[in-house]
Design a protein around this ligand. Structure first.
Ligand code: HEC
Length: 132
């Protein structure tokens, strides 16, 4: 009976550990789910033309330096649809701390096929100084 208990315990703890390790950036995932996931979705795929997908993102490859700025200050642009011009707008998140922005950047940069270098707090501070 006791042996069964230990086996059950081992199975449960392995399952829990595997769940925790599903991302290397669990706190980034938590902030992403709270502040970004409603629009960009839990799987990063966004919403057709209205919300860009972050999966294998060209933006993250070519405009990586701007990521902390758009998280803090938001971003707006106009895209032409077949019938009309559509205004896209991502809200600012002025209350997020530099550490929270760092966690979100690292999570997004290492999810859904994105493979960017890991950022540290100094990187985020430097990039935030360059915001328009
Ligand atoms: C209210 C919906 C909304 C929320 C919340 C939101 N975004 Fe966005 N995001 C957008 C829209 C819309 C755009 C496109 C804006 C544009 O192109 O001007 C965008 C653009 C982006 C881009 C550029 C992608 C590209 O291909 O151009 C990135 C990266 C991004 N968001 C990451 C995030 C992160 C990280 C968060 C959480 C801190 C977040 N977004 C929160 C709606 C949102």
């Amino acid at each position: 009976m006791i042996r069964f208990f230990y086996i059950a315990l081992a199975v449960i703890s392995t399952a829990t550990l595997t769940q925790c390790n599903s991302t290397e950036y669990p706190s980034g995932k938590r902030y992403y789910d709270a502040y970004c996931g409603n629009c960009h979705m839990g799987d990063g795929k966004g919403l057709s033309k209205l919300i860009p997908s972050l999966e294998k993102s060209q933006y993250l490859i070519h405009q990586q330096d701007e990521l902390p700025c758009i998280i803090r200050n938001g971003i707006k642009s106009t895209v032409a649809d077949s019938s009309a011009e559509v205004q896209l707008s991502m809200p600012a998140h002025p209350k997020l701390s530099e550490i929270e922005i760092l966690n979100i950047c690292n999570y997004v940069n290492h999810s859904w096929g994105n493979q960017q270098v890991q950022l540290n707090l100094e990187d985020i501070k430097d990039k935030l100084k360059l915001c328009n």
